[in-house]
Ligand binder design. Structure first.
Ligand code: FAD
Length: 403
């Protein structure tokens, strides 16, 4: 059995950021990762400028092999049924298009932590002054003893389930799937991530270029037919945007997403000596951007462990105080009042809207309203509005709703 200061579950970006803080503070840190590294991670890989700054400042310049082609992204283009495109450039220029298999591996190695891949978290017991963690490494049972554990194991976190077995049933879930197509002709600008606010397509529809292929992605409810949803989008792209694609390759993929805790302020941060961070804790920005908040929340979890040790304070108190700013930042992205008046995103939505002629602007506003309020499948649209109205513009986010 290995004894360490801190055990991190998950060798992703939140895990790498937490590990970096802990290793820098001189704490012996092991990261366990269930997959063999470098591992695949389903993701568009569009890093926000804030995430980019974090990587540069903490891990150094990005090596070329951690990027997809096109290697950068200028911003996001929103599309609507009225066919008025709304491109928005990121603040501060282009951002990297990360190849998650390699970027995450690079970041975790740069953290300096000891990495045990092909090692899956199974369960834990918090014994007050230490935590016993059971795992399986290449099929064999292994045990770790750690003063603290950080769950950085993503949306379907087993660490979260070990602490709160009922949590997954208490939050909204949805599924996303993407298929890859060779391109015959694609007028969609490859420098942008494209997103559709279109009730006829689904509540989460996106497309972008990657390594010579076009990704067509859809969000769907449990029980929906992914293939049919995807086909509807491909036909729409052909009909309305002149996108001509080969039939999909056979490496399509999908996963479940805990989409919504950041919208409804239902974060989960752990108990006792166990902290939860990254998407496992519920961090996900609007339109599914999760890398920047994974990096920042991960770093804060590591800092909380270090600070709690230095000040001899309970680590949970420390973490919850320190994470509040990241909660506010993430949840504000969902607040229409904040979007309209305070620019919580990393691209200027109000400016892009105002750049349209007044007729087009009216059409876009009508389409957004229809999508958020009238679209029956998108019940979160109504939650977004309700959440915004419940919170005053300058109001905070009650910690009482966190686990
Ligand atoms: C289709 C899609 C597109 C996306 N596009 C973007 C985008 O363009 N930009 C963006 O910013 N975000 C995007 N996201 C979101 C982003 O991928 C996540 O929010 C982000 O990766 C979360 O990071 P994390 O470190 O919290 O967890 P994850 O990246 O989910 O990593 C968790 C890690 O824990 C490991 N793990 C899980 N269970 C165990 C276990 N039992 N034992 C050991 N290890 C375990 C996993 O293998 C994984 O390595 C996208 C997500 C999807 C699904």
């Amino acid at each position: 059995m290995r004894s360490v200061d801190v055990l991190i579950v998950g060798a992703s970006l939140s895990g790498a950021a937490a590990a970096k803080r802990l290793v820098d503070a001189g704490l012996e840190t092991i990261v366990i990762e269930r997959k063999q590294l470098p591992r695949h991670k389903i993701c568009s890989g569009i890093l926000s400028p804030r995430g980019h700054r974090f990587l540069l400042e903490n891990f150094g310049p990005l090596p070329p092999e951690v990027l997809h082609e096109p290697t950068s992204c200028r911003g996001v283009t929103f599309h609507f049924p009225c066919m008025v495109p709304m491109p928005m450039d990121f603040f501060g220029g282009t951002t990297p298009h990360l190849h998650r298999r390699y970027s995450d591996h690079w970041a975790i190695r740069q953290s300096g932590a000891e990495i045990h891949d092909q090692t899956s978290f199974v369960g834990l017991q918090d014994r007050g002054d230490h935590v016993m963690v059971s795992a399986r490494s290449r099929g064999e049972p292994v045990e770790y003893r750690a003063r603290q554990v950080i769950g950085a194991d993503g949306p379907s976190s087993l660490v979260t389930r070990a602490l709160y077995p009922d949590y997954p049933q208490s939050i909204p879930w949805f599924f996303v799937g993407q298929k890859f197509h060779r391109i015959i002709e694609c007028p969609l600008d490859p420098q942008y991530f494209h997103f559709w606010f279109h009730p006829g397509l689904g509540h989460y529809t996106w497309s972008h270029a990657r390594d010579g292929r076009q990704i067509v992605g859809v969000g769907f409810k449990r029980g929906d037919n992914f293939a049919r949803k995807h086909r509807t989008v491909v036909d729409y792209l052909a009909d309305k945007h002149g996108v001509r694609l080969e039939p999909e390759d056979d490496d399509d993929e999908g996963c479940g997403e805990n989409f919504g805790p950041s919208l409804i302020n239902r974060y989960v941060f752990g108990k006792g000596n166990v902290l939860i961070t990254g998407q496992a804790a519920g961090f996900l920005n609007m339109i599914g951007e999760g890398m920047s908040c994974a990096l920042h929340s991960g770093a804060i979890s590591g800092e909380a462990v270090v600070e709690a040790g230095l000040r001899n304070r309970p680590v949970q108190d420390m973490y919850r105080r320190m994470i509040a700013s990241e909660v506010r930042r993430t949840s504000d992205q969902w607040n229409p009042l904040k979007v309209a008046f305070e620019r919580p995103h990393e691209a200027d939505f109000p400016a892009a809207l105002m750049a349209l002629g007044w007729r087009d602007r009216a059409k876009v506003i009508r389409d957004i309203w229809n999508f958020l309020v009238l679209y029956k499948e998108f019940k979160w649209g109504r939650q977004i509005l309700r959440a915004a109205l419940q919170r005053p513009l300058i109001g905070g986010y009650s910690m009482q709703r966190w686990l």
